[in-house]
Design a protein around this ligand. Structure first.
Ligand code: CU
Length: 490
């Protein structure tokens, strides 16, 4: 990376240290402001974000990222290689956007892993800044977790090892570089990583071309097509919704059931998914894998980094008609995400069985050896956990391998914080003392904590010792220091 960037990171590191030490400098922050100008300063689109390119909805087909092929295989392991690089792509029709992409595309290529079979990914950095790659939701060795300061410098590479010993589910890989995660992900560094297994395959859920993964993101564009990233410390909000990198696309479907693995890959924006014809969706999975049984829902709330595995049955839609996937949390250009066009009639041979999975045992409060309390708030212009901004050299929590813990997450600010904990999956015990609603069901690695609320989660630290992080997944909150280290002790 350039000396300038290095200096600016070093400056920021020192600044955060001084904040932690209690020096009394304040930075103005427009908490709660909608898409206002923030204290950018690094990695931005280099513009004021004033001029916007406009999008006519449903003009481009939904792109499907290619499934990455291994460069080699042996008895235990599939080996992959990815080069992180800049590329010029067409997102807004007729314009060009400079992105940062895994193999030069965004979203990056999809890695499909088999449960119990190891994957090694060699990540080359052909970008102008240092990077680190995190497998979000992955239960993996600490050395491959993509710790925020485990940098891969430009023109270097790192080999990441993923054991895939967890349940079948939808994960994603994305950049996690300290102070730079938000602009790096905004520029395009995100891709799907899907773990499958025989149990899931035996269910006869919709598959093949009827199983589609898509990531919803919001971006703002300058008139020339370049990203208009401001670095807003409250979290970046874009005025254009993109799905798998295309603005408000359409997908042609048959009048059958489809399985959609949906990821909210936005920096800050939340979505409330609903179908324009009022029909229900069937949720079959969350961050950690399949639910015990399918759940019919009218709407699905998705915080940044949430995954929702759903079935939509298009047999209720006459051929020739369309259904819009709406965002009830949006308005104007952010109210419609994409459109499903039912274009053909087909016999549906798939099932959605009443029992999806029996391998999750609810953890009991009495199993927990400790309850840890964390508050999420703003202090002296930084987003902080228990009053402290992130310090990569400070170990904040030391759970013991093989033990169960309850973490009590309290939000003492006026913005939502989608709290993400690396390494293991968690179950939500309660929200403000009440049973958690549908939005918290299943095994999760992200849980939204609303203002002045407390979410209690329970999890077991199995298999791996070492250093991991937990943080807010509003990516600008993360970069502005709402993050902490935990080290699992042997
Ligand atoms: Cu936050």
């Amino acid at each position: 990376m350039s000396k300038e960037n290095k200096d600016s990171i070093e400056k920021r590191r020192k600044f955060l240290k001084s904040m932690a030490a209690g020096s009394a400098m304040a930075i103005p922050v427009s908490a709660g402001a909608m898409g206002g100008m923030g204290g950018g300063g690094f990695g931005g689109g280099g513009s004021t974000g004033g001029g916007t390119a406009s999008v006519t909805p449903f003009q481009v087909p939904l792109p499907i990222p290619p499934v990455l092929q291994p460069v080699s295989q042996d008895a235990t392991t599939d080996y992959y290689e990815i080069t992180q690089m800049e590329a010029d792509v067409e997102i807004i029709p007729g314009t060009t956007t400079r992105i940062w992409g895994y193999n030069g595309i965004t979203p990056g290529p999809t890695i499909v892993a088999q449960r119990g079979r190891e994957v090694k990914v060699r990540q080359y950095n052909a970008l102008p800044e240092h990077i680190t790659t995190h497998l979000h939701g992955g239960h993996i060795e600490a050395a491959s977790d993509g710790h925020p300061v485990d940098f891969v410098e430009p023109n270097n590479f790192k080999d990441y090892t993923y054991s895939n010993i967890q349940r079948a589910t939808t994960l994603w890989y994305h950049d996690h570089a300290e102070y730079l995660t938000a602009p790096h992900v905004y520029k395009g560094l995100a891709g799907f990583y899907i773990i499958t297994d025989d149990a899931e395959k035996s269910l006869n859920l919709p598959s093949g071309d009827k199983e589609v993964a898509f990531v919803i993101q919001d971006r703002s564009f300058n008139a020339d097509g370049s990203f208009a990233y401001t670095g807003n410390r409250s979290g970046e909000l874009g005025d254009t919704l993109i799905v798998n990198g295309a603005p408000q696309p359409y997908l042609e479907v048959s009048n059958t059931k489809y399985r959609f693995r949906i990821l909210n890959g936005s920096n800050r924006r939340e979505y409330i998914l609903a179908l324009s014809n009022g029909q229900q969706m069937t949720q079959i999975g969350t961050d950690g894998g399949l639910l015990p049984s399918p759940v019919n829902v009218d709407t699905i709330f998705m915080s940044p980094a949430y995954r929702s595995d759903i079935i939509i049955d298009f047999s209720q839609v006459p051929v020739g008609q369309s259904v819009v996937l709406q965002n009830l949390d949006g308005s104007g250009s952010t109210a419609e995400i994409m459109r499903f066009d039912v274009v053909r009639s087909e016999t549906d041979t798939s099932d959605v069985p009443a029992v999806l999975s029996t391998d999750v045992v609810p953890l009991q409060e009495s199993d927990a050896v400790v309850t840890r309390r964390f508050t999420f708030s703003m202090s002296r212009g930084n987003w902080v956990i228990n009053g402290q901004p992130y310090d990569s050299q400070r170990i904040d929590v030391n759970p013991k391998l093989g033990t169960t813990e309850i973490w009590e997450l309290t939000n003492r600010s006026m913005m939502n914080h989608p709290v993400h904990i690396h390494d293991i999956m968690w179950q939500v015990l309660d929200v403000n003392g009440q049973p958690p609603g549908e939005e918290y069901m299943g095994e999760r690695d992200v849980f939204v904590v609303r203002p002045m609320s407390t979410v209690r989660v329970i999890g077991r630290f199995d298999d791996y010792t070492g250093l991991y992080v937990f943080h807010c997944h509003n990516l600008e909150h993360e970069d502005f220091a709402m993050m902490a280290n935990f080290e699992v002790q042997p």
